[in-house]
Structure formats: structure tokens, C-alpha cells
Design a protein around this ligand. Structure first.
Ligand SMILES: [Zn+2]
Length: 228
């Protein structure tokens, strides 16, 4: 099947076909992946991408023997695989431990202003903003920092903001065994700010509500919490 031993958290890969793995990996909002997406190891991907970046820079006219840029292709390849797009590697999915909600907290929990660093998949330039997530416990709670980690994992893929919003909401539902989740993302797109229309002030807001958050009163309370 694959040269690269796959380990997606909570999934036993031995019995899964590539289609199943890609489905598990994607949840309901699909990052478009080809069938061999997980065939190369991260190290093999870095090597291959570095060679392509050398070609790109050379084609643009840059002299790759120059001291300042000779290591750029490898540096960028490492950054792509290990940081910018680390959410394309299933092993990097944060493992989420659930705890019993011993203190019986039954109100909304809001984690606001989570930093989002993502990449527009149409221009490969940064999307930078904030995510606000909320949930009601269905009897289990998860560590607060796991909310940040989930946002970061799905952000570190080539993205459109709409899909990112849905992927985070979907992952939260699975992690919490709860349908009562809300996700709002407010982000600046460098493809809008630095090229094309060159609008540095506009931001894009997307939202996904489900379960209790479909109730207008509940949604209003959430929006009050994240205001300002
Ligand atoms: Zn773009």
C-alpha cells in the first residue's frame, strides 16, 4: 500500500484502504488530496520539494550559488512540510484526551482569539487572523490548549477559509462527542492585501454553528463573548 507507515490518531491503519484513510483524514469538508498523498515520507517530500524550488528560483533568474540564497530551496521545503503545511501529515493530528466533566459545568465554554496562520490555496500566500470556538459539554471536556492545537492543525494546510471553518467545527464535534459547537474565523488574506485589489483593511468572517448554537439566543450570547 504505502512506503510510509501511516499512523492517524485513533485509527488502525492496517485494515484501511487509502480511500478510507483519506476519508478519515478529511472528515466532511474535503481537502483535495490525490490517492498517493501519504506515500512519501516527510523526508522524501522535503527532498523532492527542495529540488523543485531550486528549479523555480533558477527559472526566475536567481543565482543559486549565491551565499545568501543557496540554502533557500531546502529551507523552504522544510518549512512547507514541517510547519506551513504540517496539517497535511496525519501523524501531526493532535491527539485529544477527553476528561469527565466532574464539576458539571453546563454552560457554554468559549475559547476566543486563537491565532490562525493558514495559507490561501489559490495564491499560496498567508491567511492570518483569529478563530473563536465554543462548545457545550456533552459530559466530557477536553484540555483548553487542545482547542488551539486543533485550529492550528487544520490551518496548516492549503485552505479556503470556508473549508477551514467547517473542518475545525467537524473536528471539535468528533473530539467532544457533541454537536453543540460554534466556530467563527475573522482573517486577513494576503492575496487580497498585497496583490490584486490591494485592500489592506478588509477581513473575511466565516461561521459554522450547530446543535444548541442554532438557537438565536445562544448564538447571540456567544457573539457577545467574542465581541471586541
Ligand atoms: Zn488567495
Amino acid at each position: 500500500m504505502s512506503a510510509y507507515p501511516l499512523k492517524v490518531s485513533n485509527i488502525n491503519h492496517d485494515d484501511l484502504l487509502v480511500d478510507d484513510i483519506i476519508h478519515q483524514f478529511n472528515g466532511i469538508a474535503k481537502t483535495p488530496l490525490h490517492k498517493n498523498a501519504f506515500e512519501l515520507s516527510p523526508e522524501q517530500k522535503i527532498e523532492k520539494i527542495a529540488a523543485h524550488f531550486s528549479e523555480i528560483l533558477h527559472t526566475l533568474g536567481m543565482d543559486l550559488t549565491d551565499e545568501s540564497i543557496k540554502d533557500t530551496p531546502l529551507r523552504v521545503a522544510k518549512m512547507y512540510v514541517n510547519e506551513t503545511f504540517k496539517g497535511l501529515i496525519p501523524d501531526n493530528e493532535p491527539s485529544i484526551t477527553q476528561f469527565a466533566n466532574d464539576y458539571r459545568y453546563s454552560q457554554m465554554l468559549v475559547e476566543k482569539s486563537i491565532t490562525v496562520f493558514s495559507t490561501c490555496e489559490h495564491h499560496l500566500v498567508p491567511i492570518h487572523g483569529k478563530a473563536h470556538v465554543a462548545y457545550f459539554s456533552s459530559g466530557k471536556v477536553i484540555g483548553l490548549s487542545k482547542l488551539n492545537r486543533l485550529v492550528d492543525y487544520y490551518s496548516r494546510r492549503p485552505q479556503v477559509q470556508e473549508r477551514l471553518t467547517i473542518q475545525i467545527a467537524d473536528a471539535l464535534k468528533r473530539a467532544l462527542n457533541s454537536n453543540d459547537v460554534a466556530v467563527v474565523i475573522d482573517a486577513h488574506h494576503m492575496c487580497v492585501a498585497s496583490r490584486g485589489i490591494r485592500d489592506v483593511n478588509s477581513s473575511t468572517v466565516t461561521a459554522e454553528y450547530s446543535g444548541k448554537f442554532l438557537n438565536p439566543e445562544t448564538r447571540k450570547e456567544f457573539l457577545e463573548f467574542i465581541r471586541g
